[in-house]
Write a protein that binds this ligand. Structure first.
Ligand SMILES: *Cc1c(COP(=O)(O)O)cnc(C)c1O
Length: 423
């Protein structure tokens, strides 16, 4: 059969009932699964056959979502995690030991930055950050034989910067190095990193894939094609794992996913719950429709803000003057989703008055769901920083982050308009 389109995969992939079974994947609320046959159970433990035996390692509801997101990304398999952060942590734990390092774009989600910069550092894993606009030589200089992966976000949260897939994937190919991409804000509807040279894709499904602000979740998608076999960078994939009765991961199809699940999910238990998988699966049905609307609305709102006399600047790649407009045309031609930022002509106090006057758009520490929401980092998430430190972090005190929802764009603009008039 011809490869199905993303809109079709959104509603069809991941679950197919047998005659008389539930049409959508039921919440399989069971920790464990019954087997009458000792040999069948032994084969499961030996990874010789597929099946469920304990929900820490696999669960039918989570499995449906894993298959759906993997199909959307064009990958070999998915691993459902408790949150986006746990997906990133599991990925790092699967690849790194003390003495290793990660090379990561500086423009990444704050949680990722802290995990790599502070927490993993305490366990002897270093992180070297590069500017997403740095040239290949500069990034190349950060890679050594102890580098285990290069990490970037398709569309960075909150910087709305787009990574240079061609340059980063060429660099990783040349070094036999894994290229891992957090595709949370783009979603596979707007961009498929595996087709652009990435080896593994990560999602916080808590954002657009769920889309309704209902369920935390994370997903790791293994492209399944990275050549681990005899790659000197990855000895742990080429020697028997004594903690898993001598399995050599490089011998397995989708070696990364097998190691991640059999070793790190086993040891951490940072697994997605069946209830959250169910809610996320439902949300994902409408992902393609929603992303189209988010892009359409954000484009209109960005143009409105750009033309408004009380904004100093607007950052959204749909604007022709945006520094990432060219990369958007190349990698995400349908748009970059609903997130944008802008600078108000005024101080932090002016921003506070503006925010207070909004009525439809709500103040939240969240992005990427159906409702428009807004945040003033200088007075909330980055409150502890001095004005100088804010500037250094690329967050001027007048910066406002807006995640445009799927309401009628005219209503969102009208709300902004009346707030500007009261500022
Ligand atoms: C929110 C987010 C995360 C973390 O996901 P959680 O589900 O909140 O743990 C990681 N990466 C990006 C790009 C995000 O926006």
């Amino acid at each position: 059969m011809k490869e199905l389109h993303p809109e079709t995969l959104c509603v069809q992939a991941g679950y197919k009932p047998e005659t008389g079974e539930a049409r959508i994947p039921p919440v399989c609320q069971s920790t464990t699964f019954f087997y009458g046959d000792t040999q069948k159970m032994a084969d499961l433990f030996d990874l010789k056959t597929e099946g469920f035996f304990y929900s820490r390692l696999a669960n039918p509801t989570v499995d449906a979502l894993e298959k759906r997101v993997a199909a959307l990304e064009g990958g070999a398999c998915g691993i459902g995690c408790a949150s986006g952060m746990s997906a990133i942590l599991l990925t790092a734990l699967t690849l790194c030991e003390a003495g290793d390092n990660i090379v990561c774009a500086g423009q990444v989600y704050g949680g990722t930055y802290n995990l790599f910069r502070v927490t993993l550092q305490k366990f002897g894993v270093a992180c070297r950050f590069f500017d997403v606009d740095a040239g290949p030589e500069e990034i190349d200089a950060l890679i050594d034989e102890k580098t285990k992966f290069l990490f970037a976000e398709t569309v960075a949260n909150p910087a709305v910067a787009i990574c240079d897939f061609a340059a980063l994937s060429a660099l990783c190919r040349a070094h036999g190095l894994l290229f891992i991409v957090d595709n949370t804000l783009a979603t596979p509807i707007l961009c498929r990193p595996l087709a652009l040279g990435a080896d593994i894709v990560i999602h916080s499904t808590s954002k657009y894939i769920d889309g309704h602000a209902a369920a935390l979740g994370g997903m790791i998608v293994d492209g399944g094609e990275f050549p681990f076999r005899d790659n000197p960078r990855y000895p742990a994939f080429n020697v028997p794992d004594e903690s898993y009765h001598g399995i050599v991961y490089a011998d397995m199809p989708a070696a990364f996913a097998v190691k991640c699940r059999a070793q790190m999910m086993r040891d951490t238990g940072a697994v997605m719950s069946p209830q959250n998988a169910f809610l996320t699966f439902l949300g994902c049905d409408t992902l393609a429709l929603r992303m189209k609307k988010h892009c359409e609305n954000a484009k209109k709102v960005a143009a409105y803000l750009d033309a408004h006399p009380r904004t100093e600047w607007v950052r959204h790649p749909s604007l022709p003057q945006d520094p990432y407009h060219a990369r958007m045309l190349r990698y995400l031609p349908d748009g970059t989703g609903g997130m944008l930022s802008f600078g108000i002509d005024g101080t932090a106090e002016t921003c506070a008055r503006f925010m207070q006057s909004l009525s439809l758009i709500t103040q939240e520490t969240h992005v990427a769901d159906v409702r428009s929401c807004i945040l003033h980092p200088a007075s909330t998430t980055h409150r502890q920083l001095s004005r100088e430190a804010l500037e250094e972090a690329g967050i001027p005190e007048n910066l406002i982050r807006l995640s445009v929802g799927i309401e009628n764009a005219e209503d969102v603009i009208a709300d902004l308009d009346q707030a500007f008039s009261r500022m």
